[in-house]
Write a protein that binds this ligand. Sequence first.
Ligand code: 6LW
Length: 506
Amino acid sequence: MSDASHTAAAVRPATFSNPVIPGFHPDPSVCRVGDDYYVVCSSFEYFPGVPVFHSRDLVNWTQIGNALDRPSQLRLSDAPSSGGIYAPTLRHHDGRFRLIVTHVSDGGTMLFTASDPAGPWSDPVRLPGVPGIDPDLAWDEDGACWCTVAGVSQIRIDPDTGEAFGTPHRLWSGAPDAKAPEAPHLYRIGDYWYLLIAEGGTERCHGVSIARGRTPDGPFEPCPANPVLTHRGTDHPVQNTGHADLVQGPDGSWWMVLLGVRPRGGTPGWHVLGRETFLTPVTWVDDWPVVAAVTTEPPAPPWPLVPGPAEPVRDDFDPGGLRPQWISVRDRPAEHCTTGERPGWLTLRARGSSLDERDVVFVGRRQQHPACRARALIDPAQGHGGLAVRLDERHHYGIEALDGEVRVISRVGPVRAVVASRTVPAGPVTLAVRIAVAPQQDSRSGPDVLTLGVEDPDGAFTALADLDGRYLSTEVAGGFTGRVIGLYAASGTVRFDWFDYEPLLV
Ligand code: 6LW
């Protein structure tokens, strides 16, 4: 072995850390074009929708945009929390990227096209003939496009016009008694067509199963080893593993992206970051995939890892618009949210009067680490607003600034309470939330503790309230999303000079 290759081999990491896309990034779909990989995820009631990620090694991912970033693509006004945009599929065919999703609150299945996955994406082609959720796209050697959906059923479509041919026909749908056969993906690999599905439901019984046949519309024979992946009934730190997609590396190796959760605390275990995107290697034996259990440090791909740009801790809201990580609830009208009015500041003009409202003006980013800290400098001179950790309209904690006072507000289910308040000097004030993993005390402990407070000009933090994080978990709130940490306006006009998000050691 030459010195260079010896050196390269010596420095190549043997493992990487999972999840590869932490935070609420569920239902991942992946495709590869040359040496470039792309992943898209569900986004539900948040706008812009369908985050798009890029990687050169399947491990290090950078968000390059959101596919649905204008009202003509995405209308969420009727979407309840965890409504809106369900599972997408991303494919590349005939030189174009195709994205198919279900908008469960506005007409169902929609298909978008782009030459560059970073955008712009087209306006939607609607497919009224495609039922249900979790639509997949696959093309056969004759160029026919097969759309397979949860259930599992399938129909041929024209992806350019949205026309569906005939009526959906039922395919293999997993174990006879398994619930929720969904997330289908169809692949032509070697001599077979493979149908990959999730079953058991997206909670602790989730799993991945597969079948194969000689034609895209079956019949399919199930893999004798089904489920080829599940963590059900284990004490594995990653649970709910399912909703997978397969991709082949440039060296011929195979990999699976999938969703999973990281519950913490006592029983039943509370996950607060939503369903996250994990990566695990796949090998083939007798033309069946063998999927490695999802570990937090799986074996790294055989090629060099290519780190993306580090995400800055501080966002100074420079003119030119918000970075793609920022999401809002249902919409983001420019008259209510702009970085152009006061250069270097984010200006929010209130619409709803609190985070309890469906039309609250809110701009946030997904919480991506079990322990982290978020801070923001707010100028409440012309209104009031604050910094909050949100799961939905009925589950959020926030610290709100009026001119001369701050107060901590807790909303859990039907109960809204001001849990702390104090006077502060008039003018801009730094609000902060620290999230620390709860010490593992006993079976009744929560996943973490959220400490909300203020920082004075020399950085000294004063805590106003410690709140139990279990009430901002999916096990309590339900739904399909995860925590989003962000900024909101509750009256008038509030401005934010900067926002910090930084991971902390667990
Ligand atoms: C998605 C379905 C699921 O459409 O939950 O995990 C739904 N599985 O496949 C929303 O994420």
